[in-house]
Design a protein around this ligand. Structure first.
Ligand code: ADP
Length: 160
């Protein structure tokens, strides 16, 4: 039976930190479904379609990675595709409390789906979509922080 994992997130937009987690999950699981969650209270810069397209282009060379959107409960999405695992990235201790809450809630909703955490690569431990957007907005250099396609998309957004 192939092991399917879900990597959920806002990805507004994808950063090198996200990409690192996706690549590492793809080495461990047979199939990795990156799911762009589109129901949070967060005001997003990119539409769900734009976020998906960017992740698709950037991960095109990884054969076992798929990208989709979901507007419902992440755990329902995971069940619907037969996933047995959820993979999240952990940066600093500040991520811990939030992740603990979500993981506990997801376990209440379905205890058969296990959540795994991948520790960030040191070089990405302070990297977030919000920081990237802030720097890009004021024309700062972000080429080390995001894939090229994301850098271009951000430039376009802030030019408009
Ligand atoms: P969410 O709104 O669900 O937190 P994000 O897009 O911010 O969505 O993050 C998606 C996942 O990627 C989360 O598990 C988050 O902890 C992880 N992540 C974000 N940035 C990094 C990074 N720089 N290094 C490792 N993991 C990260």
């Amino acid at each position: 039976m192939s092991k399917i994992a879900v990597v959920p997130g806002s990805f507004d937009p994808l950063t090198n930190g996200h990409l690192d987690i996706i690549k590492r999950a793809a080495r461990v699981f047979d199939e990795v479904n990156v799911v762009v969650m589109n129901n949070s209270a967060k005001n997003s810069l990119f539409t769900a379609e734009e976020r998906i397209e960017l992740i698709r282009v950037v991960t095109a060379s990884i054969p076992n990675v798929k990208v989709e959107a979901s507007a419902g409960l992440m755990i329902d999405y995971a069940k619907s595709i037969g996933a047995t695992a959820v993979v999240r990235g952990l940066r600093a201790v500040t991520d811990f409390e939030y992740e603990m809450q979500i993981t506990s809630m997801n376990r209440v909703l379905d205890e058969s789906i296990e959540t795994f955490f991948i520790m960030t690569n040191n070089q990405y431990s302070f990297l977030s979509s919000s920081i990237v957007k802030e720097v890009a907005k004021y024309g700062g250099a972000i080429s080390e922080l995001v894939p090229k396609q994301v850098e271009e998309a951000l430039k376009k957004k802030f030019e408009a």
